[in-house]
Design a protein around this ligand. Structure first.
Ligand SMILES: Cc1cc2nc3c(=O)[nH]c(=O)nc-3n(C[C@H](O)[C@H](O)[C@H](O)COP(=O)(O)OP(=O)(O)OC[C@H]3O[C@@H](n4cnc5c(N)ncnc54)[C@H](O)[C@@H]3O)c2cc1C
Length: 393
């Protein structure tokens, strides 16, 4: 069995950031990253924008020689078959075994495939990695009508890229309006209208009941019985942490791998970061969180005498497709008082609970996003909010 000082399972942003951070303080210790993907770490967040586009080297975080210069060894196209936390032992599909002094589990997440009848038919895709985009693009070439299931952020980004490629696209969303987590009903309907003006077809308040067709998808039956035609489907229905390897082990597993604020799992010298980790009962599923938790885990693995802790971030979101710019922060629900400021180049919506701001949305010019974020994160009162947005009513 081969040994290394640090072994990192997964080469997404969390694994990459950890390796980079380890090298900052431990210049000598051997680092091995193992991943089943065929590519060095890339910007996963760009995948929806890359649909129907050329993919070049700009997608990668660092060139190949960066790994050599930093003595970071990467094993690609290697599936990890099992992990034995108490021995810190990793077994690959081909039988090779590695033991590490310190281990980082950064196996990320996979697309959630909803158990809908017919979901295994041909031309139904989900996008999680570069190969998924390539396979989807190939199918897109001959598709006549594409459907995106899920009107969240990633679903809408993908729908826009498909629309840009010139193919008709429809979006099916089970919630009553698009971006259900980020927008209130009124703003969600406004967004729907703008996408319809672009030429997209939107079905909100509709569940997908069945994918129709013989071998290949030919249509969708919605929960009201309506059948819509489609020959290519993209599922954008959430993610699930990749915890399969750890379920039967000594590690504490809930929805994700349970870690403390220092990113330590329940087993000594075994850390977890990124989409697979669960902190304070939450699996974050965000790029910046993957980067930050990876960095902190890497630092802590190399510097156990100087442990850093991770603070769960407050959430905000941005949608930027065509000339649609939306920034959303905090709790933007229909209940409570909602104030609006309409200006030529932007609309501001402020959500209050009593006198206190709990959420806000900017549509159009989003330059004030930093100020709005600050107001929401600080729980500012209405007088303070009106100092920034004086024309609210
Ligand atoms: C299309 C898309 C758009 C996104 N857009 C945004 C956005 O706009 N903003 C945002 O904050 N977040 C976004 N995200 C989420 C963000 O990309 C993730 O939170 C982040 O990439 C997670 O990084 P990670 O390192 O934890 O895991 P991952 O990037 O999932 O990496 C885990 C790696 O481990 C490998 N692995 C897993 N199991 C095994 C095994 N058994 N053997 C070998 N290798 C294994 C996987 O193949 C993978 O390479 C987006 C995600 C997608 C898919």
């Amino acid at each position: 069995m081969e040994t290394r000082k640090y072994i990192i399972l997964g080469n997404g942003i969390a694994g990459y950031s950890a390796a980079k951070e380890i090298r900052k303080t431990d210049k000598e210790g051997s680092i091995l990253i193992i991943s089943r993907e065929s590519y060095l770490t890339y910007f996963r967040i760009q995948l929806t924008h890359l649909i129907a586009k050329d993919i070049d080297d700009k997608v990668f975080m660092s060139p190949e020689d960066w790994y050599e210069k930093n003595s970071i060894e990467v094993l690609l196209k290697e599936n990890i078959k099992s992990f034995h936390p108490e021995e810190r032992r990793v077994v690959l599909e081909d039988g090779r075994e590695f033991q590490g002094e310190k281990i980082l589990l950064a196996t990320g997440a996979s697309s959630f495939i909803p158990p809908i009848q017919g979901v295994d038919k041909k031309n139904i895709f989900a996008i999680r990695n570069l190969d998924d985009v390539k396979a989807f693009d190939e199918a897109l070439k001959t598709a006549e009508k594409v459907t995106v299931i899920g009107g969240g952020l990633l679903g809408l980004e993908a729908a826009y890229s498909i629309h840009e490629s010139g193919k008709p696209v429809q979006v099916v969303e089970s919630f009553s309006h698009l971006l259900g987590r980020q927008l209130d009903t009124e703003e969600g309907h406004r967004l729907e209208d703008r996408l319809k003006e672009m030429g997209m077809t939107i079905y909100c308040s509709h569940n997908t009941q069945e994918f129709l067709g013989e071998d290949k998808v030919e249509g969708i039956r919605l929960d009201n019985g309506e059948e819509i035609k489609t020959d290519l489907v993209l599922l954008s229905t959430g993610i699930r942490p990749n915890i399969g390897l750890f379920k039967e082990s000594a590690l504490e597993v809930n929805r994700g791998l349970v870690v403390d604020e220092s990113l330590r799992t329940s087993v000594d010298q075994v850390y977890a970061a990124g989409d697979v980790a669960e902190i304070h009962g939450v699996c974050l599923g965000l790029w910046t969180a993957g980067m930050e938790t990876g960095k902190i885990a890497g630092h802590n693995m190399a510097n156990p005498q100087d442990l850093k802790t991770y603070e769960t971030p407050k959430n905000f979101t941005e949608l930027s497709i065509g000339d649609i710019e939306i920034f959303s922060v905090g709790q933007n629900k229909d209940e409570g008082q909602i104030l609006t400021e309409e200006e030529e180049d932007r609309r501001v919506r402020i959500f209050l609970e009593g006198d206190k701001i709990v959420g806000g949305i900017l549509v159009g010019n989003t330059k004030a996003k930093g100020k709005l974020k600050k107001l929401v994160f600080n729980g500012a009162n209405l007088t303070e909010v009106k100092e920034i947005f004086p024309n609210l009513s």
